[in-house]
Design a protein around this ligand. Structure first.
Ligand code: MN
Ligand code: MN
Length: 321
């Protein structure tokens, strides 16, 4: 499609005839699916599905991430005019990617939420596509990991975060974004020896065998050294990338519930993510984007870029197949 045709394109989320292709719809108008992908529940032949989980009832401090998926979709509207910079391939043109919408759940039945989310993701995975999820608070990663572990076995978890989310919590009824990783390790969804957390800058009593590359180490050694260390830890295992936006410094991502200073710059996160290309990434999420605290929209923009990078990581091994 020529750029001139862009003036006649609107609501590609619902009007696109092809699931593939860049999108020249005016970035400031129209329906906002992620990267202007087709909104559909039809997953036949789809390589990757994006879904939103607007849930924020597990936070320790400030809520608001229920508005995250919508804000990330809107922020993504500026991206599908070009292939993602620096990757050397064009996932939007080479793969069938769709936005299959948000998880439907009863906000007043919080106890039923985890199983509902696991079933939602398992249903997508069973249909074939990989899944990239827009959160939502970080609790959502636990039910999502359960669905992935059912398909792939115990996963290598690559977690970008200011917090380990490994606080002890042996009560299965608790739904807490600060204990998500603890539960994932204890449930055997994650292999701690193959897992790593990047950007940590809060204390944790016990990392349960998960490797840690804290924020000062990222600043001291640089993205290439960090990525090399991650690759050595993960190896050939199927891995899941969970990106808590508070891994970034509040200067780059102020719109989040539990900000901590001393974090990664967005360029560091971008460089690390791109240097992970080739790992067997089977899925990922970006969580903790909280639009009510995101006065400039910078956090949603960062979240949209992270999700786009996650799509590249998931599809990179499938190029040329
Ligand atoms: Mn977290
Ligand atoms: Mn965090």
């Amino acid at each position: 499609m020529a750029l001139e045709d862009a003036r006649t394109q609107v609501d590609l989320a619902f009007t696109a005839r092809d699931r593939r292709g860049l999108a020249y719809e005016n970035a400031f108008g129209g329906a906002t699916s992620f990267l202007r992908r087709r909104y559909t529940k039809d997953l036949a032949g789809v390589d990757l599905a994006v879904t939103g989980v607007p849930f924020d009832q597990a936070v320790t401090h400030r809520p608001g991430t229920r508005f995250g998926p919508r804000a990330i979709r809107e922020a993504s509207a500026l991206q599908p005019f070009d292939p993602p910079y620096g990757w050397g391939f064009s996932p939007l043109e080479e793969f069938d990617i769709v936005d299959c919408g948000d998880l439907a759940f009863d906000y007043a039945r919080v106890a039923a939420f985890p199983d509902r989310l696991t079933a939602h993701v398992a249903g997508i995975l069973a249909a074939g596509p990989a899944v990239v999820t827009l959160g939502g608070d970080h609790y959502i990663t636990f039910p999502i990991l359960r669905a992935h572990a059912e398909k792939y076995g115990p996963l290598a978890l690559i977690q970008f975060d200011a917090h380990s989310d490994l606080w002890p919590d042996d009560d299965p009824a608790r739904i807490d974004h600060g204990t998500m990783s603890y539960k994932a390790v204890k449930a055997g969804l994650v292999d701690p020896a193959a897992s790593v957390q990047i950007g940590i800058r809060t204390e944790c009593p016990d990392y349960l065998g998960v490797s840690v590359i804290d924020a000062p180490e990222v600043h001291r050694t640089g993205p290439e050294a960090v990525a090399a260390k991650v690759r050595a830890i993960v190896g050939e295992r199927p891995c899941y990338v969970s990106f808590d936006i508070d891994c970034l410094d509040p200067a780059f991502a102020p719109g989040t519930g539990t900000p901590v200073w001393g974090g990664l710059a967005s360029w560091q996160a971008a460089a690390i993510l791109r240097a992970l290309a080739g790992l067997r990434v089977v899925g990922g999420d970006v969580v903790e984007v909280s639009p009510p605290y995101d006065t400039t929209g910078a956090t949603a923009i960062a979240g949209a870029h992270v999700a786009h990078e996650l799509i590249c990581l998931c599809l990179w091994p499938r190029r040329g197949r």
